[in-house]
Design a protein around this ligand. Sequence first.
Ligand code: DAH
Length: 352
Amino acid sequence: MLATLDDIEKVAISALKEVQDESALEAWRVAHLGRSAPLMDVFDHLGGLPKDERPAIGRRANEVKRRLEAALLEKAEDLRQAALTRSLQAERLDVSLPGRPMARGRLHPSTQTQRQIAHIFAEMGFQVYLSRDVETDEYNFQLLNFPPHHPAREMQDSLYVDAANRGDNPILLRTHTSPGQIRAMREFAAANPKNPPRVRIALPGMCFRHEQINARSEMQFNQVEGLAVGEHITFSDLKGTLTDFARRMFGQNARVRFRASYFPFTEPSAEMDVECFVCGGKGCSVCKNSGWLEILGSGMVHPTVLQNGGYDPARYSGYAWGMGPERQLMLRYKIDDIRYFWGNDLRFLEQF
Ligand code: DAH
């Protein structure tokens, strides 16, 4: 019997050497330690052995069982280690490869330009004033000296939000940032109606017009309005400030010219051109051979508008301007279609 146990152990141990994977190991366990394994057979027949042989056989059988169990655990661990080593090699990570670059967001080119403009005027003492996108006809037009049916409204075909039962005062999306002039002056003047404080503000924001959309016009575009009101402000201040702006925006050598124009809310009114920075003033397709590019409208604030804002035109004067950041970008980078700005095409946006 002891010899049988020796055999059982030898056979089992040598069979275990052949085991290569988990399923073979499980089969080995069933064959050598399972219910019908030869070793269990020995245990089953212990009772039928002569009394004096029993302790030695029993001890030996238990010893074989312990050894087989220990060998099983050891093999299982070996198999696990081997599997780990194999998978580490097969799924090897090359940490020296550069990672995938993160897509970084950035500001829209219009926002970038708007901030650049605001920054330049901030250096000259202008504060940013945010006005509303939705306006009444009164603020968008009437208080700016465009009475109902005024022909200058023709250029600002409007998108109405609510016109029913509002007579001459429908609600519309602002067609320009100029109504912010009235809102700002009224707010400033309310602080001290008898002695309103001076005003130096830049008003950026989106404007909306009912346009036939094409390469040159969009339904929405940004403007940056400017307003300076105080005592003894003259047209020279307007010219000096805007000339300096052009130099800071387009370079120290930028030349400008003012052309007489008309806006209902300024008198006199002027448009400012910068010398074409594409051809240096010689004439090209961007400046349509004129050598100049128009970048803004401006003028001395009309007395009626000062009055409407709460500033006595006998005491105060002021100047104002309105410029388009998209237009400046188009000129600077020779962008030939304004629809790119709101087309959400990353191939365009990622260039800025
Ligand atoms: N609001 C005008 C427009 O959208 C632009 C403009 C012209 C604004 C002259 C001004 C100004 O403040 O003084 O066409």
